[in-house]
Design a protein. Sequence first.
Length: 65
Amino acid sequence: MSDQSPSDEQREHLEQAEQVLKPSAEIEQQILFGRLDEATALYAKQAGIDAAAARAIVERLAAEI
């Protein structure tokens, strides 16, 4: 992950993310294990959002851990 500020597209995805489902314990576990691709796919499916928005959320959560 980079220390750069989010791009406009990433900000848009993060704004969309604020309005969706809180990640499940399973997703959080995937993040803890470093399985970001799996966490992204699962979150996108559970929340009903596109993969790019899910990835933005997963990356933000990973940075917080």
